[in-house]
Design a protein around this ligand. Structure first.
Ligand SMILES: *Cc1c(COP(=O)(O)O)cnc(C)c1O
Length: 424
């Protein structure tokens, strides 16, 4: 038995499902997850010594590969100075300035420790600022694992959501309205019925949690207009697409300024750090300046801040040019196979999905038509060819900007062979 399998068995006796976050268990694709021993640049090495090109990148958090020397040095240096004070530090100011400089709509920002916290606090802030209770989210968008966002769509437009998980009280779930992604008319109908009680519309402008699906420009602009007209806030959850889909994140790419933005993953450079920010007047409602309470013992943790700052500082114009070069090399490398086998493919910046469906999906209902069994074969074959991919059709594939052309070509070859194995 492989060391990974031994570890998985041992894990299951002391950790539910053997993992600390469900998708890691490889449920949708079957088989057992490799246990990762270490990362080296763009490779990860498992407990049995197998080496894979890493196209999960810690679910998008890493844009500079594993243990990048500049990031490692910054974290080690911070550790030597003390890991946590629960008091303000200079590096937090620098990171906040760096975020404000990069996120077009963000004037002030608060740091926290996970994307879940960022969206939870942004929603509380939106409710506190507007004095309203309802929030609109979209079917297939993921905003972390807190109660009000763990709801799936009921059938039909403007249906009040049902709890997506046992443990979420109806009273909480009923405050979340769920609309189909890219369906502006559905959102208009919700505003027509509930407009004066809608605190916010939250979405992933480039969704990464139902496969990689972008909001259309008309949809995003329509949401901007509707929320402004109705005194609601527009919240972009850029935890996944932020800093990854474009230098200016999704809001820069589409030229739309949301009122609030949630960040995570890339902003922490692989350490537990996230953030939410936006219009200065709205952020001023947060305690201690305002009445909306939000706090965290390890918020702005010095190690996490050091990693985030060092990572962002590597993301200059040349970096984004290279990321796009890598992306278009992958586009070209896969085009013939996608076409030949009647699949579809979509990429934005450093994230993409191969859809086992002939048309690019526009919403979660489209996504559900993908052939997930073919995806499972695709995933297994990629792993056998040394490419580590997210173990679900409903997750985007992520790559870093530090890949060499040779590594990109290795990945393309593995993807081509995996497509053949899946559909052949
Ligand atoms: C990952 C993710 C979250 C949750 O972040 P965690 O750090 O896992 O809590 C929220 N929103 C989006 C869009 C994400 O991709």
């Amino acid at each position: 038995m492989s060391r990974s399998n031994e570890l998985f068995d041992a894990a299951k006796t002391v950790i539910p499902g053997g993992v600390n976050s469900p998708v890691r268990a490889f449920g949708p694709v079957g088989g057992h997850p490799p246990f990762i021993a270490r990362g080296e640049g763009d490779y990860i090495i498992d407990a049995d010594g197998n080496r894979y090109l890493d196209f999960v990148c810690s679910w998008g958090a890493l844009l500079n590969g594993h243990a990048h020397p500049a990031v490692s040095a910054a974290v080690v240096d911070a550790m030597h100075k003390g890991s946590s004070f629960g008091a303000p530090t200079e590096a937090e100011v620098k990171l906040a300035e760096e975020i404000v400089a990069r996120m077009p709509s963000v004037e002030r920002v608060r740091l926290c420790s996970s994307g879940t916290e960022a969206t939870m606090h942004a929603i509380r802030l939106a409710r506190g600022f507007t004095g309203r209770d309802l929030v609109i989210k979209f079917d297939g968008c993921y905003h972390g694992a807190h109660d009000s966002m763990l709801v799936s769509a009921g059938s039909g437009v403007a249906t009040l959501a049902i709890p997506g998980s046992p443990g979420v009280p109806d009273a909480v779930a009923n405050l979340t309205l769920v609309a189909p992604f890219n369906d502006l008319d559905a959102v208009k109908a919700m505003f027509a019925e509930h407009g004066s009680n809608i605190a916010a519309v939250i979405l992933e402008p480039v969704a990464g949690n139902m496969g990689c699906i972008a909001g259309s420009s008309e949809f995003l602009q329509g949401l901007r207009d509707l929320t402004s007209e109705n005194g609601s806030l527009l919240i972009f959850d850029e935890v996944m697409c932020g800093f990854r889909c474009d230098r200016g994140s999704a809001q820069g790419l589409f030229g739309i300024d949301p009122d609030l933005t949630c960040m995570g993953k890339v902003v922490g450079g692989g350490l537990p750090l996230a953030a939410f920010g936006g219009r200065s007047d709205i952020m001023g409602h947060l305690a201690p300046e305002g009445p909306v309470y939000q706090a965290g013992t390890l918020s702005g943790n010095p190690l996490a801040v050091a990693a985030g700052l060092a990572s962002l500082q590597l993301l200059d114009d040349a970096f984004y040019d290279r990321l796009e070069q890598i992306g278009s090399r992958i586009d070209r490398g896969l085009a013939a196979h996608i076409e030949k086998h009647g699949l579809s493919y979509f990429r934005v910046g450093g994230m993409f999905t191969v859809f086992f469906r002939s048309q690019i999906p526009h919403d979660f209902a489209d996504m559900k038509e993908c052939d997930t069994e073919a995806f499972a074969r695709f995933h297994r074959a990629a792993l056998e060819h040394g490419l580590y991919l997210p173990p679900s059709q409903f997750e985007a594939v992520f790559f870093s900007g530090t890949l060499t052309d040779e590594q990109v070509d290795d990945a393309i070859k593995a993807l081509q062979m995996a497509i053949e194995a899946a559909v052949g």
